[in-house]
Design a protein around this ligand. Sequence first.
Ligand SMILES: *[C@@H]1O[C@H](CO)[C@@H](O)[C@H](O)[C@H]1NC(C)=O
Ligand SMILES: *[C@@H]1O[C@H](CO)[C@@H](O)[C@H](O)[C@H]1NC(C)=O
Ligand SMILES: *[C@@H]1O[C@H](CO)[C@@H](O)[C@H](O)[C@H]1NC(C)=O
Ligand SMILES: *[C@@H]1O[C@H](CO)[C@@H](O)[C@H](O)[C@H]1NC(C)=O
Ligand SMILES: *[C@@H]1O[C@H](CO)[C@@H](O)[C@H](O)[C@H]1NC(C)=O
Ligand SMILES: CC(=O)N[C@H]1CO[C@H](CO)[C@@H](O)[C@@H]1O
Length: 279
Amino acid sequence: MRDSRRRCGPAAKKLALLLLAAVLLLHGTRSDPEDERCLTGLAQSLEDPGGRLVNWTKTNFAAPCSGFTSYLGGATCNNGRIYKLSLSNLSLRGSISPTLSNCTNLQALDLSSNALTGTIPPDIQSLVNLAVLNLSANRLSGEIPPQLALCAYLNVIDLHDNQLSGQIPQQLGLLVRLSAFDVSNNRLSGPIPASLGNRSGNLPRFNASSFEGNKDLYGYPLPQMKGKGLSILAIVGIGLGSGLASLILSFTGVCIWLKITDRKIALEEGKISQLMPDY
Ligand SMILES: *[C@@H]1O[C@H](CO)[C@@H](O)[C@H](O)[C@H]1NC(C)=O
Ligand SMILES: *[C@@H]1O[C@H](CO)[C@@H](O)[C@H](O)[C@H]1NC(C)=O
Ligand SMILES: *[C@@H]1O[C@H](CO)[C@@H](O)[C@H](O)[C@H]1NC(C)=O
Ligand SMILES: *[C@@H]1O[C@H](CO)[C@@H](O)[C@H](O)[C@H]1NC(C)=O
Ligand SMILES: *[C@@H]1O[C@H](CO)[C@@H](O)[C@H](O)[C@H]1NC(C)=O
Ligand SMILES: CC(=O)N[C@H]1CO[C@H](CO)[C@@H](O)[C@@H]1O
């Protein structure tokens, strides 16, 4: 009894704790409540019918990192935090959970070439270290959140081949580090913000290939406001309008002529009746 108590005295307990801490540090296994919330939420919103998310289990969400490597397939760690998520071409379905925004050390998010639906959560604005956002080749819909402009380190925004609608937010032009921008093949409309399509020297900041395949998007480097449909409408309108105007004009003309002739007839009749002797 006494011996065992002495062995597990306070000093020994401290030593044991220190050893444990050292082992943990050496091993580098770290947990982070924010990353855990992020990964748990993301795993819930994504569907993985092919079982391609290797090791995405609850226990690994609580402690996903070991030094620079992660136990989670597709994840990379830095300093014990999730740093990159590369989940491209895994036949994933479902949507992007807003809790993704709790992975606050995330620098690169690649969910390209899957079958993701739903919208791009504006909560991504909390990812202040985000440099690469590749959500291309999915089925994402809704608008491009203007809040993306708050991720000041963004280098890459690749959203091509989705079903995004609405206008391209003007604010995205404020991202000074943006070196790749692709929103081709979506359902976007309206003018291309000058700050994204602008010439710098003889070259546009991003060329037409970044914007092609959107039916109602216009402005440099794409052609100006689509003229064809509008001018046909205008021609039809002008034609109809002038036709109606001339119809009204000729109608009033006929009316006036009829009234004048009426009065003439009446006058003549009056004259005749005056000439007629009274019996
Ligand atoms: C899966 O996670 C466990 C820890 O939970 C780890 O020991 C194992 O190496 C991981 N497997 C892969 C393939 O990363
Ligand atoms: C996507 O994955 C499939 C197999 O799952 C593979 O055949 C194809 O080459 C991959 N595509 C790319 C672009 O990596
Ligand atoms: C985004 O991912 C796709 C394939 O998944 C790749 O072809 C494309 O080059 C990536 N975009 C950028 C800007 O790296
Ligand atoms: C881009 O356009 C804006 C407004 O049209 C202008 O203020 C800015 O100087 C232009 N930048 C370049 C590089 O042409
Ligand atoms: C547009 O720019 C990309 C690189 O950003 C380049 O690969 C492509 O050839 C350019 N296309 C045209 C038509 O200039
Ligand atoms: C601590 C923290 O940042 N929590 C956030 C996790 O994500 C949700 C959804 O975006 C936010 O509402 C929480 O504030």
